[in-house]
Design a protein around this ligand. Structure first.
Ligand SMILES: [Zn+2]
Length: 549
């Protein structure tokens, strides 16, 4: 029996992790993180709960990465120590991972690079990585031979016929697999609601070339810095227009260096300039590549927009290009940066103005092509919110997958496959533990739902702290001292605090002499909660501190 166990990325976008398991072997495809939403205050990252894998660690053969985006490998620094297993990926993917791991000295996985089409044996499974195009170099789909036949996981993909690195999606291999028989296809659903075909990176390159050539003064371009193709287009367009390129932001800097090292970027000597050279460059002869396309507050672009960057200052007439899309949840932050740029009198260009950005995820025609090539017996849509998965399921049925062979799964819902009398059969298995773990600073997992709920209450309603000191008989020795934070400003609260202290005093006096510590503390809490609800219709977090001497 083979089990496919989605542990992240099905039912929501991000935090991708999927386990493939049989009696003796287990591999994980991707191990990514999720960025927290606004109702998770103070959480830096969200990572998948892999306790199901940890319980089976003795048969774990490795983590296989499809590509180097954070939502596919970003959880490794936080989870690897529980798994202690080698990590496989394309050379570019592993180079990106290695760069990230520099900050996590305790995370030291063996990194095993594979070449496209290389045969990699992982326990009972034989994995073959196949080139796919995406918005980052080195992305692969995985063909995995198992006891129930070949399963194909597309990873994130689009079908760019003419990619800048000359490495198109390996259509020939996928078609050959389809002809030989694919048992199960798992395919990228992100853009299942988008009809037609994505446009290619070369279209974006041409648009950027125009926008940079025609700009009268300075140009600033922001993009996802891991999209080395985009960095290349910006640099080449700038060189063609006789502009120097200033790199602003750590990840832009790192990724340009990595791109040059790996032969993905070819930059003429003298093109690249450090930010402190900005001032001396003529206004018409400079392009800045700035990090911060999602409006991240500490990013180079945010600081430039607020006129607070130590080296880079813009003037009216300069042009800023957002060669990126807004990730849902970041709209406000991006809008704030755009507002600030407009205040500087700068011209702002984004994807509404033309093809300055192309999606890295297949639209319907490309999803359909993948299905037609692989012709799978079973289909599981992956990488998407539920509606994306559902929609992708409809496309698979339209492409000829039998109605009952399309399984729309969510995290924790396994699919079981086995060799039956009439060929391979499949069914939903018993749900397994899956979910999320929160990362706050260096600590993993100590922030749970209870802590988050407290933080939400604190941020919405504030906090009331009440200290009372009692003697052994329950007689008040000191207090009640009441401190509020985020409830009322000091003067307005004085009267209420005085009343609160009086009510707490009375409430404690009414308690029996033998009342225990917990009862007294609870009495303080209830009394103050009641007061704030009655007087202000608010429910602050009340923390009673009862000390007995
Ligand atoms: Zn991706």
């Amino acid at each position: 029996m083979l089990r496919i166990v989605p542990l992240g990325g099905l039912g929501h976008i991000g935090g991708n992790a999927l386990a493939i398991e049989n009696d003796t072997s287990l591999v994980i495809v991707d191990c990514g993180l999720l960025f927290p939403s606004e109702d998770q205050p103070g959480v830096d990252y969200v990572i998948p709960d892999l306790s199901w894998v940890r319980e089976r660690r003795d048969k774990l053969k490795g983590i296989v990465l499809t590509h180097a985006h954070e939502d596919h490998l970003g959880a490794i620094p936080y989870l690897w120590q529980d798994l202690l297993t080698p990590v496989y990926g394309s050379p570019f993917t592993l180079a990106m991972l290695a760069m990230k791991l520099v900050e996590f000295p305790e995370c030291t996985p063996t990194l095993r690079p594979f070449a496209d089409r290389e045969v990699v044996r992982l326990g009972d499974f034989v994995v073959r990585p196949l080139a796919v195009t995406h918005s980052i170099p080195g992305a692969v789909a995985l063909a995995i031979d198992t006891e129930v036949g070949t399963i194909v996981h597309t990873g994130d993909f689009k079908l760019d016929r003419d990619p800048l690195d000359g490495r198109p999606t390996d259509e020939a291999s996928l078609r050959a697999l389809g002809a030989a028989g694919v048992t199960l296809l798992m395919s990228d659903s992100t853009n299942a609601e988008k009809g037609g075909h994505t446009y290619g990176e070369r279209v974006v390159a041409d648009t950027l070339k125009d926008l940079i050539a025609t700009a009268p003064f300075r140009v600033v371009v922001t993009a996802f810095s891991s999209n080395i193709f985009r960095l290349r287009s910006i640099i080449e367009a700038s060189e063609a227009a006789g502009r120097r390129v200033v790199l602003a932001g750590r990840s832009v800097d790192q990724n340009v260096t990595l791109g040059i090292e790996r032969g993905l970027l070819h930059v003429r000597p003298g093109t690249l300039k450090a930010p402190d050279a900005f001032d001396a460059l003529p206004r018409s002869a400079v392009t800045v590549i700035a990090g911060g396309s999602q409006g991240e507050p500490q990013s180079a672009l945010s600081r430039i927009a607020m006129a607070q960057h130590s080296d880079i200052a813009l003037e009216p007439g300069d042009r800023v290009i957002f060669s990126s899309r807004r990730i849902p949840g970041n709209e406000r932050a991006v809008a704030a940066v755009m507002n600030n740029l407009c205040r500087l009198g700068v011209e702002v260009v984004d994807d509404r103005a033309g093809h300055v950005h192309a999606s890295g995820h297949a639209f319907n025609d490309e999803q359909r092509a993948m299905l037609d090539w692989c012709r799978p017996r079973f289909f599981v849509p992956v990488h998407g919110e539920y509606r994306h998965l559902w929609q992708h399921g409809l496309i698979a049925r339209d492409a000829g997958v039998a109605h009952e062979n399309v399984f729309v799964l969510e995290d924790g819902q396994p699919l079981e496959l086995w060799n039956g009398p009439r060929g391979v059969e499949a069914r939903r298995g018993e749900p397994v533990r899956a979910g999320f773990v929160y990362v706050d600073g260096k600590k993993v997992g100590d922030v749970g739902e209870v802590v988050l709920r407290d933080r939400r209450v604190l941020s919405e309603t504030g906090m009331v702290l009440c200290v009372v000191v009692l003697d052994e008989t329950g007689e008040l020795v000191a207090g009640p001292d009441i401190v509020t934070r985020g409830v009322l400003h000091q003067e307005a609260s004085q009267e209420l605090v005085a009343r609160g202290a009086e009510e707490v005093r009375l409430a404690l006096r009414k308690l029996e002499v033998h009342a225990d510590h917990a009862t007294r503390a609870e009495e303080v809490r209830v009394t103050l909660r009641r007061l704030f609800r009655r007087e202000l219709d608010r429910r602050p977090l009340v923390i009673p501190v009862v000390m007995t001497i």
